[in-house]
Design a protein around this ligand. Sequence first.
Ligand code: AMP
Ligand code: ZN
Length: 476
Amino acid sequence: MLKIYNTLTKKLEKFKPLGKEVKIYSCGPTVYDFPHIGNYRAFVFVDILKRYLLYKNYKVKHVMNITDVDDKIIKKVKESGKALREITSFYEQEFKKGLEELNCIPADFYPRATEHIPQICSLIQKLLDKGYAYLAEDGVYYRIKKFKDYGKLSGIKKEYLRDGSRVAVQEYSKEQASDFVLWKRYTEEDGNIFWEPDFLIGGKKIKVRGRPGWHIECSAMSMHYLGESFDIHVGGVDLIFPHHENEIAQSEAATGKKFVKYWLHNEHLLVEGKKMSKSLGNYFTLKDLLEKGYKGNEIRLVFLGCHYRKQLNFKISELDAARESLKKIVNTIQRIEEVKTRTQKSLRRFLLRYKKNFERAMDLDLDTSKALAVFFEFIREVNKKIDANELGKKEAKEVLFLIFDFDEVFGLGLKRIYEESKIKEIPLEVKKLVEEREKARKMKNFELADIIREKIKKLGFWVDDTKDGPKIRKIK
Ligand code: AMP
Ligand code: ZN
């Protein structure tokens, strides 16, 4: 039974989805620059959660937003003289390439804020109608004091917000300094980036030229794709307050329903004890590390080595260690493939023990660090069995199956690496023939494809046509 730590209740809770499909929303990137690997820790975390739910045979629907309008983006637009869309689509593509590099399963939807202005405005209208929002000089604001449950996620006190705030109320012409913006009124700084919706306020239609605030975007888009109540909301701990607190205030005030059942937050990636961030300048982008020759799965393995609710102090040397560990795993897989021993010794209990230990670790709040320890112990034990000639050919297949099963959750791409390592041993001549045969097949020239297959066979290889493309193997 999977248990996860819920920031809302501050307890480890049994996971029970609301419906047949597990609905997950995770806060995505602001697309004004290359994400750093701290950001990717958050994105890999939601991927692990998703993979484990899939492993447990749940159906999953995952939405990750793309924040494609905000102050930083507008600043970049001004500096570069480029159009907003040109900048945001470039960084959005870079972000997605990064996800692919880290072997993350793509989300089902990546909604962009700028493409959901009607949904955002209609949510703001609901809040205006119910008295949770008001129009001020520089935009539409959320009235915190009206929402009784404000602070239930972060523990922040409404009184603290009122009295303890250092911002002068008059400065913002807001009712309360901590009231947050839902719709930012246009200023010259915004250039040509604005929308001009009508809000119905006090029976009058009022045009408010401007753009959405950050918090409302996540409430509007999550509910649009997942419904008014859904299962899991994910983000880094820095988002608990104010972002997620405000999302709850907006959504629950508008619908009168519980917004999210489980709130999961990953801890930060640190560099020399400080949060990796753009503003501190202590960051590596994924691109930096790939250019240094590191691979996505090495970075992923470093993330997995630390429980998501613990801070992870990032060191380059750990990537080198991860590379060595991956080599050991791939080498073991190769050894397993080469097993020729015939034995009747069943491995059922051995395999079951490791599967159970792995699941026990993951079931306890997705403890990838423990699950990896189980996995490495398994790899060591398998090597010992091979050394002692105790692993039979038939059982070897089951061992391999379990390794790939674990990797469905870890997402290190072991199957792919292994297949690729096999391909390297294939002579160039054979590879070329396989390519030619693929072309022939695509042209539906199956006669030619068969002739080429025979040629390949004469060279000692066989091609299987699978849904993932041709698989080459040596004829034994
Ligand atoms: P942003 O683009 O800044 O909104 O961040 C995207 C995601 O990355 C959010 O879930 C953040 O909480 C998360 N995040 C930002 N910095 C770090 C960090 N150093 N370690 C882990 N997660 C982070
Ligand atoms: Zn968000």
